[in-house]
Design a protein around this ligand. Sequence first.
Ligand SMILES: Nc1ncnc2c1ncn2[C@@H]1O[C@H](COP(=O)(O)OP(=O)(O)OP(=O)(O)O)[C@@H](O)[C@H]1O
Length: 942
Amino acid sequence: MSEYVVGQRWLSSQQPELGLGMIASADNRQVTIYFPLTEEDKLYSAQNNPLIRLVLNPDEEAKDVEGRVFTVLDAIENQGVVLYSVQYQGTSEATTLPETQLSFHTQVNQPEQRLFSLQLDKPSWFDARASVMEQKHNHFTSDRLGLCGARVSLLDYQINIAQQVGNRIAPRVLLADEVGLGKTIEAAMILQKQVLAGHAQRILILVPESLIHQWLVELLRRVNMVFSVFDEERFAALKEQDINPFDSEQFILCSVESMLASNEAQTALLASQFDVLVVDEAHHLHWSETEVSADYALVESLAKIIPGVILLTATPDQLGHESHFARLRLLDPARFTDFVTYQSEQTQYHALAELTEMILQDMEQHVAGKDVLSTATNALIKQQYPDIVFTNSPECDAMALIYELIDHHGTGRMFYRNTRQAVAHDSQREVHTYPLATPKTYEIYTQTMLETAEEACFMHELPDFLDTWTTIDPRCEWLLAHIAEHTDKTLLICRSARTVLQLAEYIKEQTGLHIPVFHEQMSLVERDRAAHFFADPEEGANLLLCSEIGSEGRNFQFCRHLILFDLPMQPDLLEQRIGRLDRIGQTQTIQIHVPYLSGSAPHTLLDFYHEGLNALSYTCAVGSKVFAQFATEINDNLLAGSGTNEALLGQIGALTAQFNEERQSGRDKLLEISSSGKGLVEDLVEDLSNPVFERELEDFTHLLFEAMGIHQEINDAHSFIIKPTEDLAHAIHGLPDDGLTVTYRRDIATAREELTYLSWDHPLIIELIHTIEDESTGKASVAFMADKSIPVGAFYLETLYKVQADHHGMDNNPFLAATPIRLLVNFKGELLSADDLPEMSKVSPKIARKLLPALQGHIEKALAKSAEFAQKRADVVIADSQYLVSEKLGNEVTRLQRLQAINPSISDVEVTTLQTQLDQTMQAVSQAQLHLDSIRLIVNNP
Ligand SMILES: Nc1ncnc2c1ncn2[C@@H]1O[C@H](COP(=O)(O)OP(=O)(O)OP(=O)(O)O)[C@@H](O)[C@H]1O
């Protein structure tokens, strides 16, 4: 039978641009190939032609005529035509595919095939591929992965959380830093690390509707993650297409409200598979043994099926300890089964916190720069914690000892809480209170008509004053005077949307000014527009009137004046309000203005907050707990309207002091230490701020851009413009036609929003790296050298291999990152060092066509020798990786198992998840294979 059979796929080595052809007819003399790409038939001699037969090998990836990606499992020849057994991406079953159905863009991929079929590229491409693989390996195995690309200031406590949680498979944590310390940023960094490390592909974020836009922008601006917002409209439109709408995107952001509004959406959400769920403002998730809120029930159902769960709240205790317990229960239902046991555990952290304090005090008295424990501390550890093994020598690392103690007996790895005090983000606040005369009408009403404390605190909201309160309440006139006096931006927060609207109307009537408003009855777009208008430093409004909803999650730290037009009845809400201004990025002293009606219930409430809790001048983490203790007394005092009960005020102050002290010496103290990462994270932060990596990337992108046909020019001292050229080798997603203005420097990027921050984590860089890796370009090249000491026609052969663990879904796992091996052998198959690499010059395609057939046999022998050397090195790489896996993951599993026996805070889920990770990684590493990636032949032609 002829070598040529109708239906076979062949390429032209002289005209690769024709794509993959198919034999249309053949006899002993001639063969006709049809090239679908150009829709033409070409006639070749059967004896002497530039045709190359394309047969894909097992494990090769390719596309079918419809562009669907598959991996070859097997290739079986039947009467000269190949029938492939393939597995399509995203499926688990094998399918058969005749070679006639291959995409006409398919190319010869194997380096040696490309070499002998003369599909050659510039010799410099070999260096480009080697460099790309080396840099990729370096980055994907470094701790900087997923953290170096965030456009943020590097704060130790945030990096600590992002590093610890981001590295876990299926993390389940509660992030509860105090208001405004950057939980959103921490979650964004965790997600980026999860995705880059291959731990998560699909993410669902649920937030209150008012925060959708802010999250969307923060994720994009800070970590370059593009989320798709799903609202009712989008859900309905996608539903028409007869697919689960939530399966249509990888990263989904939606509001809790929109999901609760539709049973159908909830069912679809639960049927879609996600790797990580994030829920912001999780204190709204209300649970008690008798009542469960709808949002809690939804999150509970999702948390049962989504492996990773990240809950965010600044005020974990807002709805009481029971609700806090319930949120922990969402994370680990097996561990948190019983509220009473949980409560008793919480009290047991006291002794450990005290010991920790002693060690910290010892640390203040270093001896010759080393930590030395006092005799008392030493004795206490030995007596109370005999399981802790440590050496109290001058080399004793006290911080390491504290972490060991917290690990063994502390709060576990599920709950993080940083406080302003502990992370030294102490902003300044100044409080201005303005006593105003209580209107007679309010006074009379107070004595006769009121039924609840709430009515007493918000009299202007009572139906009887609905239309009149702005004319009698002196706070309104006070507000006009404040507006006239202050030209700085001011945020006003009050409880209800109605008050906001009435105040806006009042100001308009009195002054003609249109003040922007922000409340729950506005659409999302209207709210964002108002917030934007307020934020605009030049053209924007100086005052924004906000209802309570505006006080949650929003970033208003660009302004320093806050008017608390009324006071909320819960201390945590007060903290949320102040937290709009008191957040990372606030550079000025915050001015808090409280106008109040003298002698009225709001006056008493102000006394409780300001004098009792001291919650206006400082963050008060125990406010809700104190208020809960005196709930009845506070209620009665507010309702009586007879001025502040001084005895009660004294009791509130005393209990606040007591709780604060207990906090400092209990669970929260331990949380503060373990959340801050003090003593653990400094080296990593130093590494992340090292400008060397930015410079290295800048050099590397020159190579990348040149290879891919991207032009870079200087824009100013710190930035560049990059644009695709006509030679662009491949469409690049992240690079628009009109280019990008970029900087490689984090400090410049955080100061100049308009610049794209190009880092090793940036999607454009990752896309370019993957594109070059996946491209066939550069897999084979030929060059000349001129060396009189060796015969003409002698050659060197450079090979680039990679050791790769093919484990689906874990390709980026640091333990499994492809490791490049670059080798140089001579024509005798002897291994040379990289220093022996000669100077190279180009070879014309015509000469290469003559040379290669003549040298083929010798090259194949040298290649076989090179493969032997590569395999030896690969064995070492695999053994090293196995060692690393058992050293890092194995030891961690052993440590957790040991800890679990002592500390109930270490959950079963945590241990089994890590054990599974260890098993899978070890198996994948052990089965890693050596692949030849590219070849460069250097022939002597002196
Ligand atoms: N490392 C950082 N670098 C620069 N800005 C930051 C950093 N961390 C936080 N911020 C900024 O500080 C503000 C508060 O951060 P974020 O919204 O993440 O806090 P939060 O703890 O989620 O707040 P809340 O408790 O109100 O929900 C935001 O404007 C955020 O962009």
